[in-house]
Design a protein around this ligand. Structure first.
Ligand SMILES: O=C(O)CCC(=O)C(=O)O
Ligand SMILES: [Fe+2]
Length: 163
């Protein structure tokens, strides 16, 4: 289940947005070109996406297959921030890790359990394919994207006229 909210409508989200903004500001000061190339394009923060996955051993809704958030580089998403809300998550028992792949889409870079208060930040482009492994317990997350607003709007307008 996915629910979009404007951070301003949910007062509790203010802290999270402040915190992620502070981290992104720090990232902007890092010397790595790969980071600067993305952060320099940021002009806005997206609405927040609240996502829940059901816990199930067979239902396909209980996982999210490997994908890239900004597959062809056109939708304006630059950096993905996912914050987890699952108390006492035990990945061995509950599954549900976010699995980050190398750009080759095959080699595994990291598996991260969706534990309460954990924030995972990664590039939205094809350098970070990822998936959500099967959840055996209901799993909640809040995801926001730092975006280039112009690209984001142009993309959605093009989508509306069927391009
Ligand atoms: O919930 C997660 O760990 C990641 C979700 C995700 O990949 C997405 O919404 O694009
Ligand atoms: Fe994703």
């Amino acid at each position: 289940m996915v629910l979009w909210v404007q951070p301003d409508d949910v007062p509790e989200m203010g802290r999270l947005v402040e915190f992620t903004n502070a981290l992104i500001t720090l990232m902007m000061e890092l010397p790595q070109e790969s980071i600067q190339a993305r952060t320099q394009q940021i002009t806005a923060l997206s609405d927040a996406q609240l996502t829940s996955f059901p816990g199930s051993t067979e239902n396909d809704d209980a996982r999210y297959i490997r994908h890239v958030d900004n597959e062809d580089g056109r939708n304006g998403r630059l950096i993905t921030c996912t914050f987890y809300l699952n108390e006492d998550w035990d990945a061995e028992k509950d599954g549900g890790e976010i699995r980050l792949f190398e750009p080759d889409q095959q080699r595994i870079k990291a598996d991260v359990a969706p534990k309460m208060n954990r924030l995972v930040i990664f590039f939205s482009d094809s350098s970070v394919p990822h998936e959500v492994r099967r959840c055996r317990r209901e799993r909640y997350a809040v995801t926001t994207w730092y975006i280039n607003q112009e690209m984001h709007l142009a993309y959605h307008q093009a989508e509306e006229v069927g391009q």
